[in-house]
Design a protein around this ligand. Structure first.
Ligand code: SF4
Ligand code: SF4
Length: 300
């Protein structure tokens, strides 16, 4: 039976495609964007959130662990995920809810059942399901089966993708997906590699192939002040997409809402590097897209 690791199922989403949507967050991504607001999405493995503010240091979690995977350090309680078997004992014995497992295995059947609970909202709003992450298409065998079932049940499917994966993954789901929310972060290959861990060659190639195969594509461009917002970078991006049949462009200004998650994963967050572009700059960028007759919106 196929299983996927999913770290969140968010209901009543209004910014992940048309209408009211249920967004499924798959764990694991081939990119590691430094500004990612879902850092728990990046690893393919299950992890722990540890909330140090809630931890009293009682040590119950250490005693409960059959694997000896938990240790005390000056930074608080640390977990060796290589030793952890995700039995859940430690979270269960923590009276303070300081420990939370991130990532749970789902079968296709269980996920379809969960999705179908929200069907009335999809029907009233023209919404559906959005597969996000992480990168949902990295768990392609599971996703290919899931989207086929949803399609046959008449539930609209959107896939939010970073684009960095073999095109065969897109080919396997193409006829069952109503819209691709395609992330295009920046045109400069060196900067792209510096900030995401990979260059953008495959992402650009896949975007062209996807559009040429007739897929409906909504482009999503994250905007980080001083990183990818100067005229040269914006005009290079527009030049690349202006003749493609892109239905819509969403400009997504940076926000820091996920910064607390880095602390809970006991990772550093380089938040001082990022800033939201000013409203004036955002409107200027929007006008640059509109000058090429692109349908553009600020926000998701
Ligand atoms: S059981 Fe909870 S409160 Fe006690 S040390 Fe572990 S994480 Fe902290
Ligand atoms: S989930 Fe189980 S194995 Fe993993 S750290 Fe907690 S008690 Fe140990």
């Amino acid at each position: 039976m196929k299983e996927a690791v999913i770290f969140n199922i968010q209901k009543f989403c209004l910014h992940d495609g048309p209408g009211i949507r249920t967004t499924i967050f798959f764990k694991g991504c081939p990119l590691h964007c430094q500004w990612c607001h879902n850092p728990e999405s990046q690893s393919f493995h299950r992890e722990f959130f540890y909330n140090r503010e809630k931890c009293s240091g009682c040590g119950r979690c250490l005693q409960s662990c059959p694997q000896g995977a938990i240790m005390t350090t000056p930074r608080g309680i640390l977990t060796d995920v290589n030793r952890c078997h995700f039995c859940g004992n430690c979270a269960a014995v923590c009276f303070n809810d300081a420990r939370e497992t991130v990532g749970h295995p789902y079968t296709v059947h269980a996920l379809v059942q969960e999705i179908e609970m929200d069907r009335p909202f999809y029907e009233q709003s023209g919404g559906g399901v959005t597969l996000s992450g992480g990168e949902a298409l990295c768990q392609i065998d599971f996703v290919a089966e899931l989207v086929k079932i949803l399609h046959h049940k008449g539930i609209s499917v959107a896939v939010d993708t970073c684009g960095h994966l073999p095109f065969s993954c897109f080919d396997r789901v193409l006829k069952y997906v109503d819209v691709f929310l395609y992330d295009l972060k920046m045109m400069d290959a060196k900067l792209h590699k510096q900030y995401t861990g990979q260059d953008n060659r495959l992402i650009l190639e896949n975007l062209v192939r996807l559009v040429n195969k007739g897929a409906v594509v909504h482009l999503r461009v994250p905007l980080l002040d001083g990183i990818n917002t100067d005229d040269n970078q914006i005009l290079a991006l527009i030049d690349f997409v202006k003749d493609l049949k892109i239905s819509r462009v969403h400009l997504l200004p940076y926000h820091a809402t996920g910064s607390y998650k880095y602390t809970r994963l006991q990772r550093e967050y380089p938040g001082h590097l990022w800033a939201r572009p000013s409203d004036a700059r955002l409107h200027k960028i929007k006008q640059l897209f509109e000058a090429y007759k692109l349908n553009v919106k600020i926000g998701g």
